[in-house]
Design a protein around this ligand. Structure first.
Ligand SMILES: Cc1cc2nc3c(=O)[nH]c(=O)nc-3n(C[C@H](O)[C@H](O)[C@H](O)COP(=O)(O)O)c2cc1C
Length: 123
């Protein structure tokens, strides 16, 4: 939904100036996204939040299976002002956005994010 992308990008620039150039970078990333999605729920209790996380896992796995990349962009929901604005943009009515992400085809990865060894983090 291009109108949603540009609206959200505008909100990011307005509210999310968390670091030098961050809002501009985030806005560029959002504007270039072929698809921006929000997983939403009618309730907001712990059980629902876990279920939304499970739904994200399924969407992410299916996207990967199809060669589509998924990039979570949840920072836009961390400020109540911007979350309220995003909520108003969801056409389904009385639901709460829980997870926002962009989807699209990407160049193959050339480098991976470094990870600590498993035995350092598993007790
Ligand atoms: C719940 C969740 C929320 C995230 N929110 C953001 C975000 O707001 N902005 C962003 O640039 N990346 C966000 N990320 C993406 C991560 O920064 C990272 O790019 C992604 O998890 C893949 O990282 P990896 O290279 O560590 O595998 C989020 C990831 C998760 C799991």
């Amino acid at each position: 939904m291009p109108w949603l992308v540009s609206k959200v990008a505008q909100l990011v620039v307005t509210y999310l100036n968390m670091g030098k150039g961050t809002a501009k970078k985030d806005s560029g990333v959002l504007m270039s996204a072929p698809l921006l999605a929000a997983l939403s729920s009618p309730a907001n209790d712990r059980r629902t939040q876990v279920k939304v996380g499970q739904a994200l896992e399924r969407v992410w796995l299916q996207a990967t299976n199809l060669g589509i990349r998924l990039h979570p962009m949840n920072k836009i929901l961390q400020l109540p002002e911007i979350k309220a604005e995003v909520t108003k943009l969801i056409p389904m009515g009385d639901v709460m956005p829980q997870l926002t992400f962009r989807l699209g085809y990407a160049e193959p990865e050339t480098a991976y994010t470094p990870r600590r060894p498993l035995n350092e983090v598993l007790i």
